[in-house]
Design a binder for this molecule. Structure first.
Ligand SMILES: [Zn+2]
Length: 189
């Protein structure tokens, strides 16, 4: 099997101190870096997705309104801003393929994004004959979940390394993991 690692949205704004911070985000960045140090050679390729908002419409809450954290969110990961950058604890190999999503609308799944060469994530994986993926990152019940479900739906053997993810609300995480397992995704530590 040719396996890829997909690192989802480990960006400053999603970690402590960011505009849409998830508790444990920085620690997750550290653990993913350690995982890469030990296991990068086991992967055919490394992909990193990022939220990369230019004009995402109602994904960002309007001035003077409160975000509902379902449809509308505080502004985050504005393309080119410091908050959209990788968390400093995340160390990605130089040949990591970067997939940006959400430029003009909300996008939770990495499969909605494109590389700098305008390839979709599915095209990139197909080009390298990837048939299995490990998925890690932030946040478990949002972009990690959506990316994992799309990976499984596209026929990839999909594994989610739950110990290398962080969630917005840890009380919701078990239900998400159950849903992913129900979709045929292997959930491991
Ligand atoms: Zn977003």
């Amino acid at each position: 099997m040719a396996r890829a690692l997909i690192v989802v949205d480990v960006q400053r704004d999603f970690c402590e101190g960011g505009s849409l911070a998830v508790n444990g985000g920085a620690a997750t960045a550290t653990r993913i870096t350690a995982h890469l140090e030990h296991h990068a050679r086991h992967y055919e390729m490394i992909v990193a997705t990022r939220d990369w908002h230019v004009e995402p419409g109602r994904h960002f809450v309007a001035d003077g309104e409160s975000p509902d954290f379902a449809e509308t969110w505080p502004a985050h990961c504005v393309a080119g801003s410091e908050g959209a950058g990788w968390h400093p604890y995340l160390r990605l190999p130089a040949d990591t393929v970067v997939v940006s999503k959400g430029e003009r609308a909300a996008a939770f799944s990495g499969f909605e994004g494109r590389t700098g060469d305008h390839l979709t994530l599915a095209e990139v994986l197909r080009g390298r004959e990837i048939d299995a993926v490990d998925i890690v990152g932030i946040a478990t019940s949002y972009c990690v979940r959506a990316t994992a479900l799309d990976a499984a739906a596209s026929g990839l053997s999909t594994r989610m390394l739950a110990g290398l993810t962080a969630d917005v609300d840890p009380q919701v995480t078990p239900r998400t993991l159950e849903e992913l397992a129900g979709a045929g995704i292997e959930v491991s530590d």
